[in-house]
Design a protein around this ligand. Structure first.
Ligand SMILES: [Zn+2]
Ligand SMILES: [Zn+2]
Length: 460
């Protein structure tokens, strides 16, 4: 029977549905990004492995290592338990691992589980500890709470942090059951458990008591401050406009020396009970102070490390300083610096630069450190500036000669090594063995290569 009326059906959209890209590993949410208690990358790997029902060893050796075809200190990622603390730090290992994990989980925030944003600011030495440290009371609390996850906060890895601020208890660094120290990441790591005896590390009724003496009142005050300021750094890491540059450390020292002691480095150093030479080196940006040192300085100055480095609240915090002679000096110096060029002080600083028995700096760097334009310094002290510049030029020339001599020696040894392995010592073969492969651009280095070949009768 023919239908008398044509029926209208709903229309179908035949366009292909856009399927978002799939991640190879679960896109597990990291804990606490943007807070003082942000998770550590090693802890995240343990949780990620658990989510996949495999051990961290399986996850790393069967998945991650194939994406990082590299050895570190002659071994690969998982044969180096004692070095796994570096995975939370500021170096290449942390960068490689965070990058590969970000691509496998399709996340872009895993680098905030490390200290990669602070690579140029904090030297690695004594920054993070090589072993795990934990608060058993925190573990127990998280375990008994339904909506909390057991994890490893990054702050527990800081060498400067020895206490749990929430429980006023020293962090444990040894399994109370098997008495072993625990690496940040091991084959059978699981947040809250010992990777060796596999026992729970949270406090239980028959928990072995700590052999540590309870923290003193002074230690609690110091640790409370350390945890607060380190926590502030961690909480602000994702909000930094970009990773901070090394220069800001020197600039911070210059600023504070100016503010507190009218640019007098010796007086500033005396105030902090630190050798003058050290403060001067930090001011000139020649070396970076370790975090532990910055913490002590900031504690004395009563300023948080973040404010010290970024100066955002310098004016605000200055009102909080107790009235001391130093503060009075600082207050008067603030006014002075704003209105006039301090000729005597600048001359003294330029003379210091010239007399210092250190690596010479170019005038641009000196001007930057002193906080005046280079042309202003040349106008006031032309001879001093020219002498500083001449020292720098001389130093650069000498360094270049030394560098080339070193390259020639390296080439000579590389030729012998390659030849003994039965390979022709071509420029390409030798380049692969050199610390700076580009050094063949210099004709003296090329001549050294020919001479070395002649020595083993490979060239007329
Ligand atoms: Zn705790
Ligand atoms: Zn154990």
């Amino acid at each position: 029977m023919l239908a008398s009326v044509l029926e209208t059906y709903e229309s179908w959209d035949l366009r292909k549905v856009a399927i978002p890209s799939r991640s190879r590993l679960y896109r597990l949410d990291p804990i606490g990004i943007g807070t003082p208690l942000v998770e550590s990358l090693t802890g995240y790997i343990s949780r990620l492995a658990e989510a996949h029902c495999v051990t961290p060893k399986a996850l790393i050796s069967r998945e991650l290592v194939s994406f990082i075809p590299k050895t570190y200190k002659t071994t690969n990622l998982f044969e180096m338990r004692s070095l796994t603390g570096a995975l939370n730090g500021t170096g290449t290992m942390a960068l490689d691992l965070a990058t590969v994990l970000e691509s496998l989980t399709l996340r872009s925030d895993l680098r905030f589980l490390t200290l990669l944003s602070w690579t140029d600011i904090f030297p690695q030495r004594r920054l993070l500890r090589a072993r795990r440290a934990w608060c058993p009371y925190c573990y127990e609390e998280w375990c008994s709470s339904k909506d909390k996850v057991i994890y490893e906060p990054l702050i527990w890895f800081f060498e400067a942090v020895t206490l749990c601020h929430w429980h006023n208890q020293s962090l444990y660094q040894q399994c109370p059951h098997c008495k072993r120290e625990l690496p940040p990441l091991a084959s059978y790591s699981r947040p809250g458990y010992c990777p060796y005896c596999l026992k729970w590390l949270g406090v239980t009724a028959n928990y072995p008591s700590s052999d540590k003496t309870p923290p003193s009142k002074e230690e609690i005050i110091w640790q409370t401050w350390v945890i607060k300021t380190v926590g502030e750094l961690l909480a602000n890491t994702p909000h930094l406009p970009k990773p901070l540059k090394r220069e800001i450390v020197a600039q911070a020292f210059c600023r504070y020396v100016n503010q507190f002691t009218e640019g007098n480095t010796a007086a500033f150093a005396r105030m902090l009970e630190i050798p003058k030479n050290k403060v001067w080196m930090w001011q000139m940006g020649k070396v970076l102070p370790e975090l532990n040192v910055i913490l002590k300085i900031c504690f004395t100055l009563q300023v948080s490390v973040l404010d010290f480095l970024t100066q955002e609240t310098l004016k605000e915090t200055s009102s909080k300083f107790p009235a001391t002679p130093q503060n009075q000096v600082r207050d008067s110096s603030t006014k002075k610096l704003e209105v006039k060029f301090d000729s005597d002080r600048t001359q003294q600083l330029l003379e210091n630069v010239l007399q210092a028995n250190e690596q010479p700096l170019p005038m641009t760097a000196v001007a930057k450190r002193l906080g005046y334009p280079k042309r202003v310094l040349y106008r006031h002290f032309p001879e001093l500036c020219r002498a500083i510049s001449a020292e720098y030029v001389k130093y650069m020339k000498e360094s270049r000669i030394k560098r080339i001599e070193h390259c020639c020696e390296e080439v000579k040894q590389a030729v012998r090594q390659v030849h003994s392995e039965g390979i022709y010592p071509s420029e390409a073969a030798i380049s692969r063995l050199l610390a700076k492969p580009g050094c063949f651009r210099d004709k003296k280095v090329r001549a050294a290569l020919r001479a070395a070949r002649r020595e083993i009768c490979l060239e007329p």
